[in-house]
Design a protein around this ligand. Sequence first.
Ligand code: UTP
Length: 224
Amino acid sequence: MKKKTIIISLGGSLIVPDKIDYKFLRDFRKLIKSYLRKYKFAIITGGGKTARRYISAADKAFHIKDEDKDWLGIHATRLNAHLVRTIFEDVANSKIVRDPRKKVKFDKLLVGAGWRPGCSTDYDAVLLAKNVGAETVINMSNIDWLYDKDPRKYKSAKKIENIDWKSFKKIVGDKWKPGMNVPFDPKATKEAAKLGLKLVILGKSISNLRNYLDGKKFKGSVVE
Ligand code: UTP
């Protein structure tokens, strides 16, 4: 039977929330390895605190352009991708993906990172889904659910479990700005909607990810 390919946009906030969260990475590795008979995975890593630290340091030392901030972010995502690829060395493709449009073959697991300025790794994850013919993108970050408005600003924010792409676009907006904080990159949203992908928004819980992969009830939001 042909294995289904799942793309995971792994938020940098889970890899490097402050220090590198090796316990999370250890548990994540264990879980993913146990599903390799059922699925193929492509994991795209975010930049996390590493990206933010480098960008803010450069910005304090000298006023750098947005494009240069993006490049620092991209290099942080690549460093995280090397970290993740290394811990999956026994099963992962030996090269990390930098250009999500370039043809690539893999049997079990692929690790990718940032590509070029003007987007986030969410967009790279969507382009990679298109490239390898995957129908599902899991966005795993430190947000457990999608809300109708920013829950940190509005007490009245309501959880959304299922939503269509058109309504989702209204929540995330349609312009990507460097360092913006939205559940999914607007540029990625536009492309994913066009492709008709399924987007699953999950928090950092490994057991919850297992429930999703098993087709059981899980905590999170589905956009399709
Ligand atoms: P991300 O925004 O994807 O990672 O990339 P993050 O900060 O870890 O975000 P979450 O936790 O996944 O939401 C970090 C930065 O790298 C640059 C952008 O500046 C982005 O904010 N980047 C990343 C690019 O410019 N192009 C890319 O293709 C990827």
